[in-house]
Design a protein around this ligand. Sequence first.
Ligand SMILES: C[S@@+](CC[C@H](N)C(=O)[O-])C[C@H]1O[C@@H](n2cnc3c(N)ncnc32)[C@H](O)[C@@H]1O
Length: 234
Amino acid sequence: MDYTNMSAYYDVIMTSGYYDYPGIVDSLLSHPPIQNVIEIGCGTGLILEEIAKREPSMRLKGIDLTQAMLDIADERLHGYPNIELSQQNVVDFDLKEQFDVAFSYGGVWYFVIDGDKEPFMVSHIADHDLNVQGLQHLSLHLKSGSQLLLGIQGPHFNYEKTISNGMTYAQEIIPTDIGFIKHYFLLDKAQEVMAQTVNYRTYTFDQAKELLGVHGIEYVSKDPGGKFLRFKKS
Ligand SMILES: C[S@@+](CC[C@H](N)C(=O)[O-])C[C@H]1O[C@@H](n2cnc3c(N)ncnc32)[C@H](O)[C@@H]1O
């Protein structure tokens, strides 16, 4: 799913409390030893920057579908020679390299956990066959014994709030047969300055475990920091 519409406003929305980037990286770095890491759907590079500040020698790679997001990431990360970015669609990427850790936070795939209910997987890719293809390509990039960390988010709901630049961020969720549609808006006074719609597909926890299990990627546990579900490649 292309994020060009949101790219210019992405950082201000996300850093106004949408994601807890330091907490995400605390969780990520609690799984040593890690030498090389790939982020799937790295967006504007906010997580990669936070990792590199703390672990300057770690080899980091970020892939993302949206060039406009990567342009911002490029600018943010130019002082970090250990970070490499690449414009790729996860459904057909082939970097000819394998990693100790792959993670995605709000990127292509993530889990929603609503209280005591079972987690369900959310995908930015609406088409089922393309999800199968994407997970197959992801698995080719995982070393035997490596970890796949998929981010956890709370339940989505309709709301609006004022963000740090004074604009109003709003989101609307509409259930569909395959998952849900999410409309994102940014308003400056009453004027709409950004609108983006994503058609998400969802999978039950069992379906997600089956899709990953085909590639020898097995569920291990919820991360102690509560930011990721941890999987291991056999
Ligand atoms: C909500 S953003 C998350 C960005 C980043 N992980 C963060 O935490 O700020 C989702 C990102 O996933 C990317 N994405 C969506 N579908 C993709 C695909 N098929 N292949 C690669 N990246 C994709 C989008 O371009 C977008 O930058």
